[in-house]
Design a protein around this ligand. Structure first.
Ligand SMILES: Nc1ncnc2c1ncn2[C@@H]1O[C@H](COP(=O)(O)OP(=O)(O)OP(=O)(O)O)[C@@H](O)[C@H]1O
Ligand SMILES: [Mg+2]
Length: 342
């Protein structure tokens, strides 16, 4: 299901020290979220992510603007239609929001009971969903006996039991350790493909975007400041906010698959090079140095594994005759290396 947002606005009144102020939590947001993909929305705390998701998921009405699911406008529906449209949505949250008094299986059964699904159908669907998330053996387990990762698996099974077309994940992995985060993201990606879902992943962690999303919108102060394919945002960030997110990830990457950037001097290079696809496996700098009679000095380097592609980063000085350096840089650009002068 494709989602389209047209000029969405939402303000809240806030009282601070007895002073009444208006917070423009969502400010003129326009977005096209394609169907059958994992789409990230990233922003710092207070940027307006949850406010935006409440509008997109029809939990709240915008002050102005429109929300479309496919061709259908859904932000102004009467109650009955709204309930029908909301069946197309599943949601998961940071704190899981499970019923602690119910078992894992009974949590998954809940939305089906509400929808009036016959009992035998519920029983088979619960088994199917628990198998999908790898928890077949925990159907009768009380929620309190499950780990955080297992709780989120139950939440995913519950969110998807009624076969929605859209899954919203609001900071779904923020309470989990890096290893469990990795497993849950892989599970979400796998299920997205199996069920042809549109997944909207809200996060403040660039690692989540890097590891799970195809496209991403960066939001700040309620506005979309940058939007595009993850690999383009990573290799060519346009705003300082995005650069800050990427910088953090390079320094702090913690799982073994992503080595992050290794920096062996505090000096910064005059060029930032991004090696895309085939370029990551070739001795391009060596060839460049020979062909154009220039020298290079590498100051920092690393490889990030995006979902579709490996991207290598390098900070380097390239020195020599000015014209030769210019030609060398041009040659790199023609060989799948994106070159930014710093
Ligand atoms: N119901 C509300 N009443 C008053 N202010 C609100 C309300 N909901 C959100 N806000 C304000 O709107 C702004 C955006 O909040 P929001 O919860 O959407 O941010 P967020 O990006 O989800 O942050 P976090 O990463 O901390 O979850 C904040 O300044 C918040 O205080
Ligand atoms: Mg939030």
């Amino acid at each position: 299901m494709q989602i389209k947002l047209e000029n969405l606005n939402k303000s809240y009144d806030s009282v601070d020290n007895g002073q009444k102020t208006v917070i423009h939590a969502v400010d003129g947001v326009c977005l096209d979220i394609p169907e059958n993909t994992v789409f990230g929305i990233i922003g710092k705390s207070g940027a307006g992510k949850s406010s935006l998701v409440r509008l997109v998921s029809m939990l709240e009405k915008p002050d102005s603007g429109k929300v479309f699911y496919g061709e259908k406008r859904v932000d102004n529906l009467p109650k009955k239609e709204l309930i029908a449209e909301r069946r197309k949505i599943g949601m998961i949250f940071q704190n899981f929001n499970l019923f602690s008094s119910r078992t894992a299986g009974k949590n998954v059964a809940y939305p089906l009971e509400i929808a009036g699904v016959p009992r035998d159908k519920i029983a088979s669907k619960v088994k199917e969903m628990l198998a999908l998330v790898g928890l077949s053996d925990r159907e009768n387990a009380p929620i309190s006996t499950l780990s955080g990762g297992q709780k989120q698996r139950v939440a995913i099974a519950r969110a998807l039991a009624a076969e929605p077309e859209i899954l919203f994940c609001d900071e779904a992995t923020s309470a989990l350790d890096p290893n469990t985060t990795h497993q849950i993201l892989n599970l979400i990606k796998e299920i997205q493909k199996k069920m042809n879902l549109t997944v909207v992943m809200i996060t403040h962690q660039m690692e989540v975007v890097r590891d799970a999303c195809e496209s991403v919108a960066v939001i700040e102060n309620g506005r979309v400041v940058e939007c595009g394919k993850v690999k383009d945002i990573f290799t060519n960030p346009k705003t300082q906010t995005t650069r800050d997110f990427i910088k953090n990830i390079a320094m702090g990457a913690s799982d073994s698959k992503n080595s992050g950037i290794v920096k062996w001097t505090e000096k910064t290079g005059s060029y930032l090079l991004h090696f895309m696809g085939d370029a990551t496996g070739e001795p391009l700098l060596c060839k460049m140095a020979k062909e154009f009679d220039v020298c290079f000095n590498i100051l920092a380097a690393g490889i990030s594994h995006l979902p579709d592609e490996d991207v290598g980063y390098m900070e380097a000085d390239i020195s020599g005759d000015d014209a030769a350096v210019e030609k060398a840089v041009e040659w790199l650009s023609q060989h799948n290396v994106r070159v930014q002068k710093k």
